[in-house]
Ligand binder design. Structure first.
Ligand code: MN
Length: 208
């Protein structure tokens, strides 16, 4: 086996706005710790785990725990991919919030009757998440429905390639510095930064 065999590495994508662009709803301090601390950490740890896999592959490590290695990879790779979606899914400088338009608005009207009803159920879903994880609105390509799901921690039993339309990080690191243990206040604030243009762009990609 050639020792030149290797895995390509993950890269931290640039934050699509300035660190304080979501204020006052999400503070610059929260985004700084979240992006430069946590997200960067998931990328670093994904790549460290790939390096370990390379060494295992080359027979340079004996007595490894392959289940632990894979679990580590899933946690960190999903952490990276979910955060990459989360940043894009919020809009800077007061351009977020309001109501969606386009096909997303049509689907919401068809399935939920009104945006207010949709928002109520989405909020209830977010508030119901036990502990640490994510609430996600996704497009089900089988039914053509917009459906909700939650991911506990970063584990989805597969890598994050679900047709995500809207995604909300509910880890404590996403709000604690600003909202302490009042997660519902973070959820209410998040409705002011949700990026409906990004959601529409994602949905239209899945509809094709
Ligand atoms: Mn996070």
């Amino acid at each position: 086996m050639s020792s030149s065999q290797s895995f390509k590495r993950y890269e931290l994508p640039p934050l699509p706005y300035k660190i304080d662009a979501l204020e006052p709803y999400i503070s610059g301090q929260v985004i700084d710790v979240h992006y430069n601390g946590h997200h960067k950490g998931y990328v670093t740890n994904s790549n460290a785990t790939l390096e370990k896999l390379e060494k295992i592959n080359r027979g340079e490590i004996s007595g490894y725990d392959i289940q632990g290695v894979i679990r580590n990879l899933v946690f960190n790779v999903n952490g990276h991919k979910l955060h990459s979606l989360y940043w894009q899914n919020m809009a800077p400088n007061g351009k977020g919030g309001g109501k969606p338009g386009g096909k997303l608005a049509d689907l919401i009207a068809t399935q939920y009757g009104s945006f207010d009803k949709f928002k109520q159920i989405f909020t209830e879903a977010m508030r119901s998440l036990p502990g640490t994880g994510w609430t996600v609105l996704y497009y089900d390509t089988e039914t053509g429905n917009l459906e909700f799901t939650t991911f506990e921690n970063h584990f989805m039993n597969h890598i994050a390639e679900l047709p995500v339309v809207v995604i909300v990080d509910e880890f404590e690191h996403a709000y604690y510095l600003q909202y302490k243990n009042n997660r519902n206040s973070y959820i209410d604030a998040w409705w002011n930064v949700v990026n409906w243009d990004d959601a529409e762009k994602r949905l239209e990609k899945y509809l094709k």
